[in-house]
Design a binder for this molecule. Structure first.
Ligand code: NAD
Ligand code: IPM
Ligand code: MN
Length: 351
């Protein structure tokens, strides 16, 4: 029997609750489809930081490197500054393993209601292809003149030709398998160095794909379009920060943050990829057992698809759709009263 070795990092807040449910569904689907999942759990989290001063041990990356894949809950909790917790765990993993694509598909699932009125499911289906290794997320810069009237902070963005080309090309390849349309998020009217560079590379790559329709849209107008004309979007490619913001917006106009999966992908497969829902640790509802586990279950399906188990992945997607369409077991964000565990169990039972 084929067995995959998976590292699980539940992390903080609801990351823990939803990862338990995703594992429940993953273990069941593996049993039904005749493969094994061998889990190793890591307690890397803000709690661990409070005890040890580190989010993960010094050899954390080395330890993760031997796994076939990584399932992450969420990182971040009040008490530890977010830039400390995220730069101590999530962001270093993405970079060490060259997970340069952050793939964030969203669609309106059966039985759920969009925040937008009068929109059908086929109008609300898109995928955000987010650059995940450089851009606005950079350590270059600093704070100066602390406490003085002239105090200031500088934060540099880094856009490399290699980095932009590979993410744009990924978006065009993906568009070929979908609607054949790519929209690039830019802001070259206001950001005069990096964004014209991004646009130039986008145009160069677009020329290699005459069969794919392409356009670029300033991020402000694109945000409005996502709300007013979401049917005009399918594959949306954006820089690290733009892609981050657009992915919560895209989730919100479909079924909400509780429904949006994501994968940090290392396309060549030289390193493990890492899968985590788009949402964070949601401290406002943590510990209440009411988080929606659907995003993390769909994230688990992405993990299996990436490992080469498309039938099992499809079975998970179908089980989610079935339970949501029935509408009997639903968490509060979906208008129901079910707990995280009840919804997870219902999905596992629907397989
Ligand atoms: P968040 O996504 O955690 O929460 C935003 C809102 O959405 C909250 O009201 C929350 O209750 C709701 N929500 C999110 N997921 C939900 C779910 N599954 N079911 C029901 N409701 C859900 O974003 P935030 O509040 O900005 O961030 C909280 C913490 O998480 C911060 O420390 C942040 O840095 C971190 N964060 C981590 C990740 C990650 O590790 N991948 C992603 C985003 C944010
Ligand atoms: C996400 C998160 C992270 C990001 C934060 C927590 C650093 O918002 O995965 O979308 O911006 O990449
Ligand atoms: Mn985000």
């Amino acid at each position: 029997m084929r067995t995959y070795r998976i590292a699980s990092i539940p992390g903080d807040g609801i990351g823990v609750d939803v990862t338990v449910e995703a594992r429940k569904v993953l273990d069941r689907v593996a049993e039904l489809h005749g493969f094994g999942l061998e889990w190793t759990e890591f307690d890397w989290s803000c709690e661990r930081y409070t005890e040890t001063g580190r989010m993960m041990p010094d050899d954390g990356i080395e330890r993760l490197s031997t796994f076939d894949s990584i399932l992450l809950g969420a990182v971040g909790f009040p008490g530890v500054p977010d830039h400390v917790s995220l730069w101590g765990l999530l962001i270093p993993v993405r970079r060490a393993f060259a997970q340069y694509v952050n793939l964030r598909p969203v669609r309106l699932l059966p039985g759920t209601v969009s925040a937008l009125a009068n929109r059908s499911a086929d109008e609300l289906e898109m995928v955000i292809v987010r650059e995940n290794s450089e851009g606005e997320y950079s350590t270059i810069g600093g704070r100066h003149n602390g406490g003085a009237p002239g105090e200031f902070a500088v934060q540099e963005s880094v856009f490399t030709r290699t980095g932009v080309e590979r993410i744009v090309r990924y978006a065009f390849e993906l568009a070929r398998t979908r609607s054949g349309h790519v929209c690039s998020a830019t802001k070259s009217n206001g950001i005069i160095h990096t964004m014209p560079f991004w646009d130039q590379i986008f145009a160069e790559v677009a020329a290699e794909y005459p069969d794919v329709r392409s356009e670029q849209c300033h991020i402000d107008a694109l945000a409005a379009r996502m709300v007013q004309q979401p049917d005009r979007l399918d594959v949306v490619v954006g820089s690290n920060l733009f892609g981050d913001i657009l992915s919560d917006l895209a989730a919100a106009v479909t079924g909400g943050l509780g429904m949006a999966p994501s994968g940090n992908i290392n396309p060549p497969g030289e390193h493990p990829s890492m899968f985590e829902a788009v949402h964070g640790s949601a401290p406002d509802i943590a510990g209440q057992g009411i988080a929606n586990p659907v995003a993390q279950v769909l994230t688990g399906a992405m993990l299996l698809r990436h490992l080469g188990e498309p039938d099992a992945a499809q079975a998970m997607d179908t089980a989610v759709e079935k339970v949501l369409a029935e509408g009997v077991v639903a968490t509060p964000d979906l208008g129901g009263r079910a707990t995280t565990a009840e919804l997870g169990s219902a999905i596992a039972a629907a397989l």
